[in-house]
Ligand binder design. Sequence first.
Ligand SMILES: C[S@@+](CC[C@H](N)C(=O)[O-])C[C@H]1O[C@@H](n2cnc3c(N)ncnc32)[C@H](O)[C@@H]1O
Length: 209
Amino acid sequence: MIPDANRQLLERELAVDDPWRLDSSSFEQERYAQMLRMSRCNGDVASALEVGCAAGAFTEMLAPLCERLTVVDVMPQAIERARRRTTKWSHITWVACDIQRFATTEQFELIVVAEVLYYLKDIVEMHAAIRNLVRMLAPNGALIFGSARDAACQRWGHAAGAETVIALFTESLSQVERLHCHTNSVNEDCLIVRFRKPGHSSEQPNVGH
Ligand SMILES: C[S@@+](CC[C@H](N)C(=O)[O-])C[C@H]1O[C@@H](n2cnc3c(N)ncnc32)[C@H](O)[C@@H]1O
């Protein structure tokens, strides 16, 4: 569950024209360019999951790469804004749900989860969400994770950020690529990692970098 304070924060941000300046900030555009490049690494994708769409800025970039795209966000207003922005596509399924509770029998070839998991209450909940995401990722599938770093997240009052979550994902997935995106601003400093799920039970996850 996301704590009340974080839900209020999300409500306030999602009520403005350009939440988190995701459309207008050059840092965010560079972050999206890197996430998109990593999402394209295995070519076109039959089925993808995006977790946490905000107003749909990245959804709009991801949709053309996928035959089917499922978008999950805990805030119905985020789903509504992103849906309005992407009406030209009919292959997107929208789900208003906490990622810890989202369940499907579908196995996704690609999962993108960026700037989302630090809204959860604590590391136990982050771990539960990660286990859920790993379960839904197809063998050999790619998971793109992005987050502000531990220090920034803790400064913002969250339990943990990138380094902690990357260590948790690395228990089950292999790191293929890791990137540091930052500017001179302390609030513009994130890590983006492309993970791969081992294809066979005999394959062990390893730390790539
Ligand atoms: C800062 S925005 C990130 C948007 C986009 N992923 C990006 O990287 O720019 C965070 C989004 O995650 C959603 N979110 C936060 N906690 C969530 C949860 N537990 N389950 C699903 N979505 C969540 C919020 O509602 C919001 O739309």
